[in-house]
Design a protein around this ligand. Sequence first.
Ligand code: ZN
Ligand code: ZN
Length: 288
Amino acid sequence: MARGAEAWRYSGERAVLATMHGKERVMAPILAPLGLEVMTVPGIETDRHGSFTRSVERQGTALAAARAKIADAFGLAPTLRVGLASEGSFGPHPAMPLLPFAQELVLLIDRERGLSIAGHDIGSDTNYAQALCSEVSTALAFARRIGFPAHGVVAMASESGRPAPQRALFTDLSTEAALANAVRWLLMRAPAAFVESDMRADRNPTRMAAIARATADLVRNWWSRCPVCGRPGFVVGERVPGLPCAACGQPTRRVRAERLQCVGCGHADLRPVADPAADPAGCDVCNP
Ligand SMILES: [Zn+2]
Ligand SMILES: [Zn+2]
């Protein structure tokens, strides 16, 4: 007999969010319907797990970084059982390298009930970009293009056309005059300055919106319950290939079903995809 949603819902439970960039502004209202009250802790140093101003390179996956941030937050809030973190990844689009690509992950861990629920937002709606500038005017034009000053930019030294933040790094430029001064200073020391969009959430409203969407996805996943034990987070964990070819009937690499599994009771559901058969164009047997 499935337990109701109310058995898992929180009632004013305080959840610690590992952020030093104001993410609680967008995340707290979205998480409130779960009965969670989102709080932050002073003294958290999330940038040591990787920062967007290139001062610390992230080691490992986004999920590992989010887990590490939550572990730090629990260290500073030892009486709380629910922790939250978000982690963004930015780079070129895997299929269309000229397009930027942003992935936002939001993670909730309930260390008492053993819950670990993620939400995602993936797409090209980002102002992630960079430019190598040999003139102040180029840097200002770039900054306007990415939405400065509503969106932040960071300026740093360059070395053979590559960013060299260890040499010089300006991260809190809020006006065109400040940006122009920083770039002028950099150009007195090298032929070019490296300028890029600031991806810290509090300096990047576009990213803040992506964090909100990922948080909403987390809430959707939280409400997706195991039909047997009612545990939250009953979501697709695996896509099973083998959709039969429409011409020869042999299994193809196309997905034939999605597998959902409950980590609480082990119950699994195999949900077939809507397509009955795969296009023979993608069949390795009859169309090699
Ligand atoms: Zn279950
Ligand atoms: Zn075939």
